[in-house]
Design a protein around this ligand. Structure first.
Ligand code: CDP
Length: 796
């Protein structure tokens, strides 16, 4: 007699199943792009511009061509003859593949050499002589819009200045009225600095064009293989069905591997011209200096407040520095990503946001580094503003937030910028966090310590992030609607393979998608293999970024499993010789309602799908589901940090950090904790040590791991994680919300707020990240705000 299976034992939802992909990773058996070696493969290196802005007077590559082992030297001029000197970007802009007229940022791609090995190619790059005529350089939005500023994108018609967009959202007049009626107006101005996602594996590609079949296969480090296939079809004018993009194991992405980079295009053209595989693997400096940077937003805001602490309105203005090409991906309706997700957790009647994007002589910026488009900047500003406003009112930080939270019973809640949030228990999360950090006691300790000259501080940050773009009504990239997909094939023996349009880069999809199948069908997770990243086999999907995998592809896995279950029900009815209406389901088994002992397992149904199907039924047990989410999912989190600041040196240490994350139903609690730990580590690094900026000449300062410090276990403080609050997403098939980015999004403000709380008596309102010791020392010593905006100060 068959029985229902135990969900946790079969590795279903809620099981902290060990990551199956780690079997190969910890043995050094991962298969990364650079591990792939094809017969006859050549190697490509890129010559990059040393200057940030210069006219190219001439390029002489004759000496490079003469070097033995060199097969091809590509320049912009050659690319232009094939209409490939420029390519479209994911934001309706254009980007130079290889520079023709000017270089527009330091590190821009100027020429490529393809040779027998990478060393010859590198030497040959150095033999190329480029005659540059330097031009004035712009490194921030103030310079970009200054009277008489040089026009960076003079390649574009109808581009008389350096402004990319002027955008506004919200209710200008309503906000005006609310500010007129306010008791207190609190203001804050800050710069969220450029940062770099800096995955350990750099970007790269191996293009392999086969003249005999006309098929182009490209192995590449991409988070979004299907978008890349569409882009290659457009740029190289190749038929889409003759392009196969394979994204093998990826050594971290964090948004860095979403854009299309010139190196990909050049390796493809080189392979077509040479009819040999061409490998391009970027070096670390190349990655840090030229590929998608994140953030670089100047934020100004004000909050209209009633004396008792009620927020009446918010006004924000942002100036976003996008670098020389507007090339990050975002839904095309929202010029600055989802910046207007700010203040979604608070019940604010009216808000207005203006946003301006400008070009500068920096590498393209604005990628969604571990966040849903521009949400990190939005949440950072929100929580810095909340702290400043509470201080201006003389109110307790926690009480001010609690008073303004959207209450539990008010969902779905329409935010002042028009989003519809789904569910949450914000006050409960805050209470869990305050208890964990021992809030009241800490405030007493802080007061006592201050009387002895010790500076203790406590910072609170909350975040709610719109995760899971689309729905397709509102979200598209280059007109391609944002939905996702899953295909499930159950074999005759009840084993299965699931493929999705997402692409894991370390998040553990191979483990968690199998858990969703186990939850829906009762097939043990170990009997389900997960495959992603090959456009010839995976169903079409928009890839993995913006924590959209679980909300969209994960939902598609649940929905495709339900399709399979519906067919299996028919098979069960046939096997049990009853009508379908008389059949009930429990995990792993169908049974006859009136005789529960009479049942068949899902595995028995699988055999029947191939060996004993009813007359007229199509054989097989496989299906595909495309999932278009009705809404985004809105996880919530509270992060609380306590610190001690040394006023003599400006060094600050974390005493405690607690994190309360509510991401709805947790598929794999252990993986979720890993995601939060990783995010908090990145948040700590951004707030404390990661420094990459530009000097007045546009030189990228800090493009190496001596300056741009990756946190190791040595520096990283301990984190205390709490999972007590679970608010299922009402519209997701299994109630899950995204989690991958929450801690990186909400974490930075908690650290900064804590340091500013410690030095509150100085009257300092802001220190820009990273809060390096010299900046904190300057603030404490001279009682003044400290900006980190470029051009970089000589003493930084
Ligand atoms: O899109 P990305 O995979 O980066 O982010 P995510 O959808 O938030 O998922 C990150 C990892 O956490 C995946 O392995 C998810 O399946 C897992 N996860 C989970 O176990 N439970 C959730 N509620 C959300 C994510």
């Amino acid at each position: 007699m068959s029985q229902a299976v135990d969900e946790i034992k079969i590795g279903g939802i809620g099981a902290s199943r060990k990551r199956v992909e780690d079997n190969r990773f910890i043995r050094g058996k991962g298969n990364y792009t650079d591990d792939i070696v094809l017969p006859g493969m050549l190697h490509m290196e890129i010559l990059r511009s040393p200057l940030a802005h210069a006219r190219i007077k001439s390029i002489d590559a004759s000496k490079a061509w003469d070097i033995p082992g060199v097969h091809l030297v590509l320049t912009g001029e050659m690319m232009a003859t094939r209409n490939l000197a420029w390519m479209p970007t994911l934001s309706y802009d254009t980007q130079a593949v290889l520079a023709t007229d000017k270089v527009r940022f330091q590190g821009q791609e100027v020429a490529c050499v393809i040779a027998d090995d990478p060393y010859i190619a590198k030497d040959a790059c150095e033999a190329i002589v480029v005659d540059y005529e330097p031009l004035p350089v712009i490194v921030n939005p103030v310079q970009a819009v200054a009277e008489g500023a040089p026009v960076i994108r003079d390649d574009k018609e109808n581009q008389p200045d350096n402004v990319i967009y002027d955008w506004e959202v919200g209710d200008r007049d309503g906000a005006e009225r609310a500010f007129a009626a306010a008791d207190v107006v609190s203001k804050l101005e800050l710069h969220y600095p450029r940062s770099h996602p800096s995955p350990i594996e750099c970007c790269g590609s191996i293009a392999d064009f086969n003249r005999a079949t006309s098929k182009l296969t490209v192995y590449m480090t991409t988070q979004a293989p299907h978008i890349i296939r569409a882009a290659v079809a457009m740029v190289a004018e190749l038929p889409e069905h003759m392009i196969r993009i394979i994204s093998p194991d990826i050594g971290g992405g964090f948004g860095n591997k979403v854009p299309v980079y010139p190196g990909y295009v050049c390796s493809i053209l080189a392979s077509i011209l040479l009819e040999r595989p061409v490998k391009w693997i970027e070096d670390k400096s190349g990655n840090l200096i030229s590929t998608g940077f994140a953030r670089d937003v100047y934020l100004k805001g004000e909050m209209a407040l009633r004396r008792d602490g009620k927020i009446l309105a918010v006004r924000m203005h942002t100036d976003a520095d996008h670098g020389a090409f507007f090339s990050d991906a975002q839904p095309s309706k929202f010029k600055i990503g989802l910046m207007h997700s700010a203040f979604a957790a608070y019940d604010i009647p009216v808000a207005h946001l203006t946003a301006r994007g400008t070009y500068s002589n920096k590498a393209p910026g604005g990628v969604a580094y571990r966040c849903s488009f521009r949400v990190t900047e939005a949440m950072f500003f929100q929580e810095r503003m909340m702290q400043a406003a509470a201080d201006d009112l003389g109110m307790d930080q926690a009480a001010f937030r609690r008073m303004n939270f959207v209450p539990d019973e008010a969902f779905p809640h329409r935010t002042p910028f028009g989003f519809l949030t789904d569910s949450g228990q914000y006050a409960k999360c805050l209470d869990v966090g305050l208890t964990a950090i021992d809030y009241d006691n800490f405030r007493d300790q802080q007061a006592q310590a201050r009387s002895r000259g010790r500076l203790l501080g406590l910072g609170i940050s909350t975040m709610t992030e719109p995760l899971g773009a689309g729905n397709s009504r509102e979200y598209d990239i280059l007109g391609i609607k944002m939905f996702d997909s899953a295909e499930l094939k159950v074999h005759m023996t009840g084993k299965a393979i699931v493929r999705t349009g997402a692409r894991t880069q370390g998040q553990g999809h191979e483990t968690t998608w199998a858990q969703i199948v186990a939850h829906e069908l009762g097939i043990p997770a170990e009997d389900v293999v997960v495959e992603e990243g090959d456009t010839d086999t995976a169903p079409f999907g928009m890839g993995t970024y913006a924590s959209r995998s679980t909300p969209v592809a994960g939902a598609a896995v649940a929905m495709v499993s339900r399709k399979i279950r519906a067919k299996a029900r028919k098979l069960a009815a046939h096997l049990l010789e009853v009508s379908e209406e008389d059949i009930e389901w429990e995990l792993g088994r169908f049974y006859v309602r009136s005789a529960p002992d009479r049942g068949v397992t899902i595995q028995e149904c699988a055999v029947a799908a191939y060996a004993n199907m009813p007359d007229g039924m199509e054989p097989g047990l496989d299906a595909t589901a495309y999932y278009d989410p009705p809404n985004l999912t809105w996880p919530f989190a509270v992060y609380i940090v306590t610190v001690e600041v040394d006023p003599q040196t400006g060094v600050w240490d974390v005493l405690n950090m607690v994190a309360v994350d509510d991401c709805g139903v947790r598929i794999n609690p252990m993986i979720v904790e890993g995601q939060i730990m990783g995010g908090l580590t990145e948040a700590y690094a951004m707030s404390n040590m990661q420094f990459i900026t530009f000097d007045a000449d546009g030189n990228c300062v800090g493009a190496n791991y001596m300056d741009y410090l990756l946190p190791t276990a040595w520096e990283t403080p301990g984190f205390e994680l709490h999972s007590e609050v679970v608010t299922p997403c009402p519209h997701h098939p299994i109630g899950a919300k995204g989690i991958g980015e929450c801690a990186a999004v909400g974490g930075p403000a908690a650290f900064v707020n804590a340091v500013l709380d410690a030095i509150k008596d100085t009257g300092v309102r802001n220190i820009d990240m990273p809060l390096l010791p010299d900046r904190v020392w300057e603030a404490v010593t001279y009682h003044r705000d400290v900006s980190g905006a470029p051009p970089v100060r000589s003493d930084d």
